[in-house]
Design a protein around this ligand. Structure first.
Ligand code: C2E
Ligand code: MG
Ligand code: MG
Length: 623
């Protein structure tokens, strides 16, 4: 054969190997062995090895060796399997500086007389004679544009390497480069696949994996008309308060710990545990779905969650609300199994949290109407069609209107007037609170402007702000913009925030509240006494008024505790230089007790229920 025929025959053999489906399916080390072996056999060299640089580039490590002298059947092996002590074979730059210099130049290294060539003579003393090597040929392996290793051919007889041999060695090295690139791509695919199917914080499957599993198992159950599935939806109660109060890392630690506890919980029929949301897990149970088994499972889950967790030096008591739905008993669609369990969980929350509820027909109706209500609320807000009622706040004389609180109402086409308790939770759950707040403020400004153009000067209007609003840096700008549209000064407004809604990022909240005060608005802390605000937090924010929650007023003057609490809130307000409003003043004895203790302002049914704008005008400004 002349050179060109040899060249073609070598390359044909390589193409056949590298395009063979068996080769393509092999593991990386098997591919390296097959390539080394092909090279050794075709070129008739005694040893072919594949070496890769260590990350520090101070050494190269042999990953694969073909040796013609190895016994048949064990000729092509991974180095670690031929190496009896299983330690990797390394060559160090410090021992072979010339050799490293030569291969680092990233060119082919063809050495006919290895023992006398300066580039390889460092191997003379203890390697070349003992193995009987005369000639060496090294071809570079690349990782993209960077040299990552070499393929090294060693012959036991002096050889003048020919052009087809050089070209073939380069092709083998290039094929190894491609194998490496393919492997790297595959492992990044695997990593991507992991990220898209698992939750990185807990290592648990995510909601997509859960849905896939539910679809698969539901199909089986329905096809065989045998077996059952139960989905337990687990929602950690008040995780938001932990995130807000102790920081998101504390919240993450809680979730990671709970994930670990639920993972190790042994329950009959437990099929999959997934983390399906920020504070939500789901457990899928197969077959063991009779009431007794599920009660036991729910009990175990609640108990394991309720063990105190130590986070940021504090021992936290955590609870969760559980919802359980069954297939095929409650539903046949996999999607409905999830929705049903979620709806049952909401029911458990409404019953006071820290308990489990099993899906039933009443929950089905509630869930359906909840979804419908959410859709309708979204469109009502986007059409700016929510209403506002106003409730007077009066002074100590009990007659003068000093302020009125704007309270959102929804005039639903079928259900009639809905009060906040009937839709604020839905707004919160579907991220509508910020938009709802803007809608209310616009309505307030329009009403103010209407009164003003009829020559009526309304008292300060107090508007409730949600946590979502006080955590939005642009809130003061938006408020100024909305007011300016109706030529209403911001100073005609007071804003109420509850203790819970100021638990978030204190930097943002302080900035937002301070800017509102700078713009001329007053700030009141709402429902005081029911939340967790610390005294120092109260002092650091620019409040001028405290509103005592009506739950403390309700049983005055008979309930001693409520009397003591109310008195101490009044004292606290005095100490901080703030004025006090009592909410929920319903009768004369409430009023008398409060006035005697120096409460500045009063709000409640004794004076007026919240009224539509026109009725407020009629009542206070006509005639
Ligand atoms: P809130 O801000 O504490 O408002 C006072 C609530 O107490 C009002 O309930 C009012 O109707 C009720 N109330 C007033 N006086 C009496 C009384 O003498 N006896 C009794 N039993 N209740 C009385 P409403 O209008 O149902 O509002 C409930 C809560 O919804 C409000 O509590 C407030 O936290 C929230 N809310 C209302 N409107 C808005 C709004 O526009 N934005 C935001 N973020 N929250 C709002
Ligand atoms: Mg309020
Ligand atoms: Mg209140």
């Amino acid at each position: 054969m002349d050179d060109s025929e040899t060249f073609v025959s070598y390359h044909k053999a390589l193409m056949e190997l590298s395009h063979d489906s068996g080769f393509i399916r092999q593991q990386r080390h098997q591919k390296l062995s097959a390539l080394a072996s092909l090279c050794g056999r075709l070129l008739g060299v005694e040893r072919v090895s594949v070496w890769f640089f260590h990350p520090g580039r101070d050494r190269i490590t042999c990953e694969c060796l073909y040796d013609i002298h190895e016994e048949p059947g064990a000729r092509q092996q991974n180095v670690s399997s031929t190496n009896k002590d299983l330690s990797p074979v390394n060559l160090y730059r410090s021992d072979h500086p010339n050799y490293f210099q030569a291969i680092s130049e990233e060119r082919i290294l063809a050495v006919n007389d290895a023992r006398n060539d300066p580039r390889t003579s460092s191997f003379k003393s203890n390697y070349l004679p003992s193995v009987g090597i005369h000639s060496m040929l090294d071809a570079p392996v690349f990782d993209g544009s960077r040299l990552s290793g070499v393929v090294c051919l060693e012959a036991c007889h002096p050889r003048n390497w020919t052009l087809p041999e050089l070209s073939f060695a380069i092709s083998i090295a290039d094929t190894i480069s491609l194998v490496n690139i393919y492997e790297a791509w595959m492992s990044s695919q695997k990593a991507l696949d992991f990220i898209s199917r698992f939750d990185t914080l807990t290592g648990l499957p995510n909601i997509d994996s859960l849905k896939e599993r539910v679809v698969h198992l539901a199909k089986k159950v329905l096809k065989r008309q045998k077996g059952s599935l139960a989905l337990i939806w687990i929602d950690v109660d008040r995780l938001k308060a932990i995130n807000d109060g102790l920081g998101p890392q504390a919240g993450d630690s809680v979730i990671a710990e709970l994930g670990q506890r639920l993972k190790t919980l042994r329950l009959e029929g437990k099929d999959m545990l997934a983390r399906i949301g920020g504070d939500e897990f789901a457990m899928l149970i197969r077959h063991q779905t009779h009431a007794e088994a599920l009660n036991h499972a729910a009990d175990q889950i609640l108990r394991s969650i309720e063990q105190p967790i130590r986070v940021s030096g504090q021992s936290l008591g955590i609870s969760a609300s559980l919802g359980i739905c069954l297939l095929p008993k409650d539903c046949v669609e996999p999607q409905e199994l999830l929705r049903g369990a979620e709806a049952a969980m909401y029911h458990a929350k409404n019953l006071g949290r820290a308990q489990a509820t099993v899906f039933d027909s009443a929950i089905r109706i509630t869930a359906q109407s909840r979804f419908a209500l959410e859709r309708e609320l979204r469109s009502t807000i986007s059409n700016n069609a929510l209403d506002v009622f106003y409730q007077p706040i009066v002074d100590q004389a009990g007659k003068n209107l000093v302020c009125m609180e704007a309270l959102v109402r929804w005039n639903h086409p079928l259900r009639g007037w809905l009060s906040p308790i009937e839709f604020l939770d839905i707004a919160r759950g579907s991220g509508l609170m910020y938009a709802l707040g803007e809608c209310v403020l616009q309505r307030v400004c329009e009403d103010w402007s209407e009164a003003s153009s009829s020559g009526i000067q309304l008292p300060t209007i107090s508007v409730n702000l949600s946590a979502e609003q006080v955590l939005t840096v642009d809130l003061p700008d938006r408020i100024e913009e909305i007011c300016a549209k109706q030529k209403m000064p911001v100073s005609a407004l007071q804003f109420e925030v509850t203790e819970d809604s100021i638990q978030g990022d204190s930097g943002i909240i302080e900035k937002v509240l301070e800017r509102l005060v700078k713009a001329g608005a007053e700030l009141a802390i709402d429902d005081f006494g029911t939340g967790y605000s610390s005294l120092s937090r109260l002092k650091s924010l620019p409040f001028s008024r405290i509103k005592i929650d009506r739950s403390f007023i309700k049983d005055l003057p008979n309930d001693e505790n409520d009397c003591a609490i109310t008195l101490s809130i009044i004292g606290l307000a005095r100490g901080l230089g703030l004025s006090v409003v009592a909410e929920g003043v319903e009768n004369e004895s409430h009023e008398a007790w409060l006035l005697e203790r120096g409460c500045d302002y009063l709000q409640g049914y004794r004076y007026s229920k919240p009224l539509p704008f026109t009725q407020i005008i009629d009542r206070y400004y006509s005639g």
